[in-house]
Ligand binder design. Structure first.
Ligand code: ADP
Ligand code: ADP
Length: 232
């Protein structure tokens, strides 16, 4: 279980202080696919970054299973991210001078896998997202949707417990967006990977098990868990 307790974040100080998160409590079960919605500036990205250990909270706790992320130092946090988590962003964040396969293999090599094992897993992950024929292509040779699938392959190649996705369809047209969410849905079902998606798009949120609604640094609605097969 991922759990936030009285999680708070204030950016800046004094006159210029912004309370981005106000004592948020939240639980996300293993294998859940959850969306986070709310108006621009309400704290969605901040919440995602604190849950993922990318940024530091001003107060409160984040538990990732039995790991207290609020107590880990930067080095320990980056290890948890590298070994347990995958990330997908609106702008893909691929390395332009590396091929699709090299982009997918990069975090695996950073984790200490041999080049050979990393390459093998990269090809496997690209197969999972339907891009095995594009392994040797560079990002500029691929469409937006294809690049986002490379980013998804990179996120799943390390067999993470959870994938954090911040506006993953924000740069895609609606058909491509549907494909990308369908792919995440499929990976969630087949691999039981927990997936947390920040989105503006109600059609994306519709595809998830539940939608967390935020407003002004607070959670207004934790959402009803949709009925699904298998353990939540
Ligand atoms: P157990 O008590 O069965 O060992 P924990 O809750 O301590 O289970 O979690 C063990 C590990 O599983 C955590 O350290 C984390 O890596 C992962 N984990 C826990 N909860 C989740 C979740 N909701 N989604 C994804 N991974 C999780
Ligand atoms: P959302 O993702 O819902 O659009 P954010 O979490 O990005 O919201 O931002 C929440 C609030 O915190 C906003 O008022 C935003 O301007 C502010 N904020 C976000 N990041 C920073 C930062 N690095 N420095 C100062 N203020 C920030």
């Amino acid at each position: 279980m991922i759990r936030a307790i009285a999680l708070s974040k204030t950016y800046g100080r004094g006159e210029a202080a912004t309370k981005a998160l106000r004592e948020v409590d939240l639980e996300i079960g293993r294998g859940e696919m959850v969306s986070i919605m709310g108006p621009s500036g309400c704290g969605k990205t901040t919440l995602l970054q604190l849950l993922a250990g990318i940024d530091r909270m001003s107060g409160g706790e984040v538990w990732f299973g039995d790991r207290p992320l609020h107590k880990l130092d930067d080095k320990e946090l980056s290890r948890v991210r590298l070994e347990r988590m995958g990330f997908i962003f609106q702008a893909y964040h691929l390395v332009p001078v590396l091929t699709a396969a090299e982009n997918v293999a990069l975090p695996l090599i950073a984790r200490g896998l041999t080049r050979q094992e990393a390459d093998r897993r990269a090809v496997e992950a690209l197969k999972q997202v339907g891009l095995e024929t594009k392994a040797r292509r560079y990002p500029y040779e691929l469409s937006g949707g294809q690049n986002q699938r490379v980013a998804i392959a990179r996120a799943v190649a390390g067999e993470p417990d959870v994938i954090w996705a911040d506006e993953p369809t924000g740069a895609l047209d609606s058909d491509t967006s549907e494909q990308v969410i369908g792919l995440l849905r499929m990976l969630n079902r087949h691999l039981n990977t927990t997936i947390v998606i920040v989105t503006h798009d109600p059609r994306v949120a519709e595809q998830t098990d539940r939608t967390i609604a935020m407003h002004n640094g607070r959670i207004l609605d934790h959402g009803d868990r949709a009925a699904r097969n298998g353990p939540a």
